[in-house]
Design a protein around this ligand. Structure first.
Ligand SMILES: [Fe+2]
Length: 310
């Protein structure tokens, strides 16, 4: 082997002796370029190998990642790479669920479009139940489809509204979804633009700093479920024997309201959710609405800014 290398070295030296200075410079340049290409190729194949190995290990161990968070109100910056670092490693088969007050289709403006485009550029699938602060005219204008056993509105290929009273089979787990809530920021009333004295009342209330909203502009009666949505929820829950793994809602059942704050009152929806809590007491439950992160019981969590992995 040593002889062979010695012979090769001598052959190269004698070949170089016959070359001019320019030819030697060209030869050395070429050799340098080849070295660089060799290093780049080795690095590329190393990186590709590590990436493919990570992907295959990941798909064997964690087929679907599911994250849950609270209200977004049309601002999705919490899903940016710096605040949600895991997000950039996810795929369309991984899910981030918002517990209502999505707000991404609020007035059809360029701001709405910007954020929808931005979410579409993310690698994961964004799911949400509706809250009370949604534009239901716009939300209900999106095409309805069936997805993983339940009904969804499809906003974009990876942005789906999980409709009320549905049971979805996501990553082998059953998720029951029931959006909606009664607005509590309308203490001074809800104005109807069709009323004759609307303009006078509106400006008087603005001047007085009243807490009010306007029907069809920033408040919609569909914030509370309809009788047919309650009936559909019961039908779907009965079809799975009330055996569900997770409940995703915007507001909380009646018995837990006092543990969140004494200022919240029960209503038809919270009473309905109380029935679900009684029928499925061990089910893990996540809700939004109250703009705070709180672990209420072992099974019940209120979310706002936190993005938790389940
Ligand atoms: Fe909210």
């Amino acid at each position: 082997m040593c002889d062979l290398l010695e012979t090769y070295g001598e052959a190269v030296s004698s070949a170089l002796e016959n070359l001019s200075e320019d030819e030697i410079a060209i030869y050395l340049n070429k050799r340098y370029e080849m070295k660089i290409w060799l290093h780049v190729s080795v690095l590329f194949f190393k990186w590709a190998y590590l990436y493919l190995r990570w992907r295959s290990e990941r798909s064997e161990v964690i087929p679907n990642m599911i994250y849950i968070t609270g209200d977004t109100h049309g601002d999705f910056s919490k899903f940016g790479n710096s605040r949600f670092t895991e997000g950039k490693f996810l795929t369309r088969e991984d899910f981030v669920i918002i517990c209502g007050d999505f707000g991404g289709v609020w007035d059809g403006s360029r701001r709405d479009q910007y954020w929808l485009d931005w979410i579409e550029s993310k690698p994961f699938t964004l799911l949400f139940v509706d809250g009370n602060h949604e534009n239901f005219d716009l939300l209900n204008s999106f095409p309805c489809d069936e997805w993983k056993g339940g009904k969804v509105h499809v906003l974009r290929e990876n942005i789906l509204h999980l409709m009320r009273g549905q049971v979805f089979n996501i990553a082998g787990k059953k998720f029951f979804t029931m959006g909606g809530a009664a607005s509590h920021d309308v203490w001074d009333g809800i104005l109807d633009p069709d009323d004759l004295d609307f303009s006078t009342t509106y400006w008087r209330m603005r001047r007085n700093g009243s807490m009010f909203r306007v029907k069809g502009i920033d408040w919609w009666p569909e914030e509370m479920p309809s009788d047919s949505e309650y009936a559909e929820a019961i039908r779907n829950l009965e079809s799975v024997g009330w055996d569900i793994d997770y409940v995703i809602t915007h507001c909380a059942p009646t018995s837990l309201l006092n543990k969140i704050s004494t200022s919240y009152r029960s209503d038809q929806l919270t009473d309905f959710l109380q029935l679900i809590k009684r029928m499925s007491p061990k089910t893990k439950w996540f809700c939004g609405h109250y703009h705070q992160d709180m672990q209420i019981t072992d099974h019940f969590q209120v979310l706002y800014n936190k993005i938790i992995h389940i």
